[in-house]
Design a protein around this ligand. Structure first.
Ligand SMILES: Cc1ncc(COP(=O)(O)O)c(C=O)c1O
Length: 411
């Protein structure tokens, strides 16, 4: 990291989140280059849910990235940042009537998730006295993610039924298809009574062939829409779930692009990509401090740090990557890295580290995706977030105080 960490901790306190603006920019540039080198028309709509800190979004939008939002709340954040409606992709299973109305007025790209949304949009069309452009989210069974529930099922004919209704009623004009194969694959026991979070295996990134298989089906479906209804799509939105830059992204680029380039019998649509994790994961780290060491049963060592799963909730699914900022302490041994919460599940990682003592600093690396956005002030308030840009620091979110958090409550 391009900063004097000890100084930063002295000034802003520990723990401390650090975002690297140059890494964000580099991620966008490389992601765009990879896809553009194979497919002529792409747009990147960053998935806000991965991390919606305003200072981070600002950097991404400056790079020409659109917004992918999954609620009216996220939609408002995008508008607040000056993203025009035409560069917002509005997804998610719960869009309120007034939110849809606003998105229609702004000419945002609305991907419809279920039948009630179709009804609402038809009402809005009548009210506004015009036909509304929509995208339809389709659900494809690829034998993964038994829990997938979003959009209209392709195989059963549900997706075609919804589009038939749009064509017949002439209130909604289908201009796009959306498919998101979920962020990762969950394998586990989801039977009644099982403790989901503890019985799940998280697979990420997904095999790129899943994208290829999905795209083949989506392209077949698009060809059918052209034949049956004369529909020419403006966009195919492929969703997110992509690996980080350099992690064989090329395989994914080809898996997405080739079926469209080879199979589509109409003018090429814009391919919209909705990466979250791929753009932000490696651009944010958390600096933490050791607060104590514990000898545990069976000769195991526990290290307690000042940052726990309230700040790093993804630790519940998979351990974090940790580096100790200490020199000349010799070889390491396996430790259990505990957070400060008085909670059995507060385990950040089980990992190999050099001998540590209270006051030592650690970096929990690559925590930019789905941590801050899902963090809570459970037992401890959230610390400050620093943006480092070309060696300059900016606090883009100050540490929370008791007063901040009590503002919502009445004594
Ligand atoms: C519709 C949609 N698009 C994009 C994403 C981003 O996924 P990822 O962060 O894995 O790229 C998600 C995440 O679940 C999503 O639900």
């Amino acid at each position: 990291m391009d900063i004097d960490i000890e100084n930063a901790i002295r000034e802003y306190g520990s723990p401390l989140f650090v975002i690297l603006a140059n890494t964000l920019r580099e991620n966008v540039r490389l992601f765009r280059e990879e896809f553009s080198s194979v497919y002529p028309k792409i747009e990147i709509a960053y998935s806000y849910k991965a991390n919606s800190l305003l200072g981070l979004l600002r950097v991404l939008h400056k790079e020409g990235v659109w917004a992918e939002v999954a609620s009216g709340f996220e939609y408002e954040i995008a508008r607040l940042l000056g993203v025009p409606g035409g560069k917002i992709v509005f997804n998610g299973p719960y869009k309120r009537r007034e939110e849809l109305f606003r998105a229609v007025e702004d000419r945002a790209l609305i991907n419809v998730d279920h039948w009630k949304e179709i009804e609402l949009l038809e009402e809005i069309s009548s009210q506004a006295g015009r036909v509304i452009d929509i995208g339809v989210r389709v659900r494809i069974n690829l034998g993964i993610n038994s829990v997938d529930r979003f959009g209209f099922d392709l195989e059963s004919g549900e997706a075609e039924s919804v589009i038939t209704r749009c064509v017949e009623r002439k209130m909604l004009n289908v201009v796009g298809l959306h498919v998101h194969l979920t962020s990762y694959i969950l394998e586990g026991d989801i039977s009644k009574g099982s403790i989901t979070a503890r019985k799940i295996r998280l697979i990420w990134p997904k095999d790129h062939n899943l994208y290829r298989n999905a795209l083949i089906k989506v392209v077949e479906f698009s060809n059918r829409l052209k034949e049956r209804f004369g529909i020419t799509l403006d966009y195919l939105d492929i969703g997110g779930g992509f690996p980080g830059i350099g992690e064989k992204l090329r395989d994914y680029v080809l898996a997405v692009s080739e079926p469209v380039l080879k199979g589509l019998r109409e003018k090429l649509p814009t391919v919209i990509l909705e990466p979250g994790r791929a753009l932000v994961k490696n651009a944010m780290h958390l600096v933490a401090t050791v607060v104590g060491i514990k000898q545990l049963g069976g000769g195991r060592i526990g290290v307690v740090v000042d940052a726990g799963i309230n700040l790093l909730p993804t630790s519940l699914w998979s351990g974090q990557e940790v580096e100790a900022l200490v020199e000349n302490r010799g070889g390491g041994y396996e430790v259990i890295l505990y957070g400060p919460l008085c909670l059995q599940t507060d385990i950040v990682a089980v990992t190999q580290l050099p001998e540590l003592k209270a006051g030592d600093m650690l970096i929990v690396k690559n925590v930019g995706a789905y941590n801050f956005s899902q963090s809570t002030q459970f037992i401890f308030p959230r610390p400050a977030v620093l943006l480092v840009d070309d060696g300059k620091f900016e606090v883009i979110r100050r540490a929370e105080t008791l007063e901040d958090l009590l503002v919502f409550e009445k004594l």
